[in-house]
Design a protein around this ligand. Sequence first.
Ligand code: ZN
Ligand code: ZN
Length: 359
Amino acid sequence: MKYSQRRQKAVELISELSLDALIFCQPENIRYLCGFSGSDGVLIVTPDHLVFLTDSRYTTQAHEEVTADRVAEYTIQAEGVIALLTSLQVKRIGFEAGLAYGVVKGFQKQGDPDWLWLHFKDELQSLRLHKAMEEVNAITAAADLNVAGFAEIAAMIRPGSREKDIALALEFALRKLGAEEKAFDIIVASGKRGAMPHGVASDKLLAEGELVTIDFGCRLTGYHSDETVTLALGEVSDELRGIFDTVLEAHDRALAAVAPGVALADLDQLAREYIKANGFGGYFGHGLGHGVGLEVHEAPTVSPRSTAIAETGMVFTIEPGIYVPGVGGVRIEDMVLVTADGHQTLTKIPKTFRNILLN
Ligand code: ZN
Ligand code: ZN
């Protein structure tokens, strides 16, 4: 059922783009359209055919997982793809812009010289932009793992603990609870390191009076979670508290505004203007958020340059931050689903100010 609906989306896209066939090589797109969870294969879709091709390493797995008209095996990828395209009598062939240049060249060299090869990027994003119920459930399950994993390591977040040890313990906890993988290298940035938006965990020890930012997530049944918690290790300076309160309020305001019809650029502006009005305008350098799904960073982007409008079924993050060099930083991040009547926050760890030495 879900694969026939997804196939329909791909067929509509083929028609919109005036193509005869679309070739997918990106694992997330392949998984979305036919269920294959391995890392190597090619999916060819035409208005009437959906064929998955892979090599002998994956044939058994493909027969178990894939919903397609046919699973074909190749020895040399380009030869297998070209033979199939020839049999389907196509002329205008679309492919993902991210496909390696060498692979495209290989296809072109072996294919009919009259064929037209066209690359697409933004056009393909519409495929996975709106999450169906089963996808929302998968993302929610990954977010729930965050809650359980974080609870397991919460006692470690104390002065004297090493950032790297916290990151490792959190990854281990998530995996032990059933996650397939961490979503990305876990960020644990304490004290002045908090001023680095992507400060992966270091050998630094947490110290009293600091803030610590932990940005993490996991993958479950292919879908990701992503959230960021900033905690206080005891009493912090008024300056740090002011930064925290500003980020939290910016986060809360943007989150509260999420609803169908709202421009994503306006959500970004809401948070950005608030941060600016509080004197930290120069210290929020990244976009407000990003889509999450089969990829941890996917469409839509929530930034000043976003042109998209929030629509029911979109899942994206709201993650404002303030990063003051030499002082520290705060980021607070939740994942939100756009629903018909507004939104639903999918991540569940509380984001309010918390002095971890008190409670
Ligand atoms: Zn994150
Ligand atoms: Zn994020």
